[in-house]
Write a protein that binds this ligand. Structure first.
Ligand SMILES: [Zn+2]
Ligand SMILES: [Zn+2]
Length: 259
């Protein structure tokens, strides 16, 4: 079932806003129209971001949520990579990472990859809620504080929000665990990890994080959207441990799964 009422109304309004933009209305006028559009979106029932069905309680309907690529339960106890046998993968046995373990909800496959992309780059901020809820429901809550993976200032200015922080806010609200949004900073604007070959990723993130908080004895969960090689999580774990953290765990939405 589609949601014609909602999409027609919103589409008409979106056309109005974009035509106002092309007619170069004053900033004040187009700002006002944008606010109206936000208000309209909030009032009308939402359409599922995947199938278009009307759903009252969030951007994804129940059947689409059920069909998501949930990470299989047989996985490495440290890095969460799916395993067919054993408890810890060869890579983690050879070179144990500095984080204690990573907990992930989904495999980074369609449509989760597309959802994360729409959330990060398409301005679909409403997706922070279902992603944060899924995270909160799938992680062990025996940690003391939640730290979002920081973004460098340049990237933050470009994107307008830190995707990890918005997910962390939702998870902190649900779990009641304290969120430390400014405990860590990323002080160097590095190329995105995804743009680099795997063997260059550790070097790309070396010494890019600074932790200003006193984390003495704290069990820390670092929230991030995607885990691939674990190089970024490994580096922030090093910095958090230097700040006193007793343990560092990764809480991630999706884990890439080698073919
Ligand atoms: Zn759906
Ligand atoms: Zn592993």
């Amino acid at each position: 079932m589609v949601a014609p009422m909602r999409s027609e109304k919103i589409q008409r309004f979106e056309t109005l806003v974009s035509s106002a933009r092309t007619r170069q209305l004053s900033n004040i006028a187009s700002g006002f129209l944008n606010q109206c559009l936000k208000f309209g979106r909030a009032l009308l029932p939402q359409a599922c971001q995947l199938c278009g069905a009307e759903c009252a309680d969030g951007p994804l309907c129940a059947p689409c949520t059920e069909d998501l690529p949930w990470l299989p339960p047989a996985r490495c106890a440290v890095c969460a990579v799916p395993l067919t046998s054993g408890e810890i993968c060869g890579a983690c046995l050879d070179r144990p990472p500095r984080f204690d373990r990573a907990e992930a909800v989904f495999s980074y496959r369609f449509p989760v990859d597309a959802l994360i992309h729409a959330y990060k780059y398409g301005g679909r901020l409403a997706l922070a809620r279902p992603l944060g809820e899924a995270l909160a429901q799938h992680v062990a809550r025996d940690v003391d504080v939640i730290v979002p993976m920081p973004l460098a200032r340049g990237r933050l200015a470009e994107r307008g929000f830190n995707q990890a922080l918005e997910i962390a806010r939702v998870a902190a609200n649900i779990t009641g665990i304290a969120l430390l949004p400014r405990a860590c900073r990323k002080v160097a604007d590095t190329p995105p990890q995804a743009a680099l070959p795997w063997n260059e990723r550790p070097k790309n993130v070396r010494r890019v994080f600074v932790c200003d908080a006193d984390l003495e004895g704290k069990r820390v969960a670092v929230v991030d959207d995607v885990l691939t090689t674990g190089a970024t999580l490994n580096e922030i774990a090093r910095v958090l441990r230097k700040a006193g953290a007793a343990s560092v765990r990764g809480w991630v939405i999706a884990r890439t799964v080698p073919r």
